[in-house]
Ligand binder design. Sequence first.
Ligand SMILES: Nc1ncnc2c1ncn2[C@@H]1O[C@H](COP(=O)(O)OP(=O)(O)OP(=O)(O)O)[C@@H](O)[C@H]1O
Ligand SMILES: [Mg+2]
Length: 243
Amino acid sequence: MSKLEIKNISKSFGDQLVLQDLSFSINDGEFVSILGPSGSGKSTLFRLIGGISSPDSGAIYIDGEKINGKRGAISYTPQASSLFPWRTILDNVLLGQEIAGKIDKEQAVKMIERAGLKGYENEYPHKLSGGMQQRVSFIRSILSPQSIICLDEPFSALDELTRLEMQKWLLSIWSEHKRSILFVTHNIEEAIYLSDRIIVLSSKPAMVKKEFTIPFKRPRNEDSLLTEEFLQWKKLIYQELKD
Ligand SMILES: Nc1ncnc2c1ncn2[C@@H]1O[C@H](COP(=O)(O)OP(=O)(O)OP(=O)(O)O)[C@@H](O)[C@H]1O
Ligand SMILES: [Mg+2]
């Protein structure tokens, strides 16, 4: 049960203001996507939520508790692959559980298989393609025990079909476990298909430009991607991003 609140966050690097007075929140079990131009500050925002760095002003709360600069409060998958080269795929996947002191190897092996990586459990990351590594990072995040998961473009390196498979898989895992997900993507379709809500950021310095509540019923399937209503949403959000 977790609610994430971002309140009036600002962040600069030198004299460059990247995030300006940014506020939004994510309710328990909600799936929220962030869309915004490249360089607008999305990954910076994630690093702040993940406690890798701290905001200059403003605060981040989980269930009312301030977590500025605190690591481990959420499960965070960075944009670039963050696998440890000296750990096998299985041991990479189990990292979050290991830190929490509760390991379920059988479940991890199942997940690896489901991601189409059967047989790679005991290999090292350098043997995998970029897209395969991305899937491993994603599984690690999903298997971590935190109730809020932040995913920074987890499927960007995947071909269309694999991406669709992973999206469906993510939705099924999410509906089973009902955790809160904050998801960064550049893909408008992906955001609509997956999300309860979409937050559109302005270009740098990033502010919340617009929020959309996506009304499509769940469980969703890929057929919804082809409806007229879906296309309307795509146009609307595209327009908002472009302006
Ligand atoms: N550690 C840092 N030091 C200096 N500048 C930084 C640092 N991290 C990010 N920036 C700058 O902050 C801005 C936002 O970067 P960020 O990675 O958050 O963008 P993004 O929205 O994730 O972009 P993309 O969609 O391309 O991933 C960029 O101008 C970047 O150069
Ligand atoms: Mg980024």
